[in-house]
Design a protein around this ligand. Structure first.
Ligand code: EPU
Length: 338
């Protein structure tokens, strides 16, 4: 395997930020990755496993080693009358896999359509949208341990999934590389149409008995109306997490801000809409240098053209400060900042 030096990372991050990697290796298959990790490669202090590059922000050049996961393949490993189990290589494009499923009328990932990124990145932050989270269809996750290059499989329970979080963001950060994911998909089931405008748009389209492909088509159009296409405008989806606060605090905030959207969580906490908080601060569409808040979804920051990662961070910090002063809520980035 070839180690490249001073490699441009601009094509590999959806923010379109100009940055280089000191060392870069393209990983086409798992045995090659294992061989590499077991070899005497010059081990840097810093290593980044790169998938679709859709959830990160480079604030400068990366002085370590980038392992770019480009391994492909979708393989059915078991099937019965209820559903299938399928192993998908980490380098597959997530949205292509969703299409693979909806074309076969398989249930489980239709609400997660049009999320940028790779399959290998999906478990890391437990991607979610429109009332669904990827953890609910993951059977297991295959990894290679960086230290010894050995394969290890984690069951879904061992992955410690939470809201936009997993063991891969915590204990296994920098220690394990996700090489493939095993999904369990159903041949029939109940579709989740309760979130946002999904049901409304189905009705408008006259669809009374939707299939997964119908849900995917509807959500794809809702998303494309609200979210910027990274191929045109650099961005990394939601820049901040939706904050989760205590019930008492939420009640007090709601009393002073009656319009505040709140989603009570099973554990008694309350999730707030960060996009709403930012919009209330009149920051929707706000521009600072070459970075801006998207004009149709305040949770998304965009590269308005030639932005540096530093400029995006300056804007993010301005938003954090403004929301803090107005609401006493501290927003946290969802995007990985390097
Ligand atoms: N809102 C505003 N102004 C805005 C944006 C949102 O007032 O500019 C309010 C609206 O009241 C809306 C509420 O916030 O009812 C929620 O907005 P939306 O349904 O658009 O979802 P979100 O909370 O902003 C989350 C995910 C998205 C996911 C959508 C749809 C996070 C951090 N973000 O956004 O995920 O697509 O729900 O389910 O959880 C991503 O992670 O990159 C991402 C795009």
């Amino acid at each position: 395997m070839q180690i490249e030096t001073s490699k441009s990372l601009q094509p590999f991050n959806t923010f379109g930020i100009r940055a280089t990697a000191a060392y870069y290796v393209a990983i086409e298959d798992v045995p090659a990755l294992q061989l590499f990790l077991k070899s005497d490669y010059p081990e840097p202090d810093n290593m980044l496993v790169l998938g679709g590059g859709s959830n990160l922000l480079f604030t400068g050049d990366f002085d370590g080693l980038v392992l770019h996961m480009l391994n492909k393949g979708i393989e059915i490993i078991s099937e019965d009358e209820n559903g299938i189990e399928v192993r998908v290589q980490a380098g597959e494009v997530w949205d292509d896999f969703v299409t693979w499923c909806t074309e076969r009328n398989l249930y489980g990932v239709e609400n997660l359509v049009a999320i940028p990124g790779s399959v290998g990145a999906a478990p890391v932050q437990n991607i979610g949208a429109y009332g669904a989270e990827v953890k609910d269809v993951i059977a297991s996750v295959d990894t290679v341990t960086i230290e010894d290059g050995d394969l290890r499989t984690l069951t879904a329970a061992a992955c410690g999934f939470g809201y936009r979080s997993s063991i891969f963001k915590r204990e296994l950060r920098g220690r394990a590389i996700i090489t493939s994911v095993v999904f369990r998909l159903q041949k029939s089931g109940v579709l989740n149409t309760g979130y946002g405008d999904v049901q409304k748009m189905l009705s408008e389209r006259g669809i009374t008995d939707p299939r997964p492909a119908d849900i995917a088509a509807v959500i794809r159009s809702i998303r494309s109306a609200k979210l910027p296409d990274p191929a045109i405008t650099g961005n990394a989806g939601s820049f901040f997490k939706n904050p989760v606060i205590g019930e008492v605090e939420a009640k007090a905030l709601r009393a002073s801000h009656p319009g505040l959207p709140c989603w009570p969580q099973p554990d008694g906490t309350v999730k707030l809409a960060a996009g709403w908080l930012i919009e209330q601060c009149r920051l929707k569409g706000f521009r600072m240098g070459n970075a801006a808040v998207h004009d149709r979804q305040a949770l998304v920051l965009v590269n308005a053209g030639g932005a540096t990662g530093y400029e995006v961070m300056a804007l993010a910090n301005h938003i954090i400060k403004t929301v803090w002063l107005q609401f006493g809520i501290r927003l946290e980035p969802e995007v990985n900042i390097l």
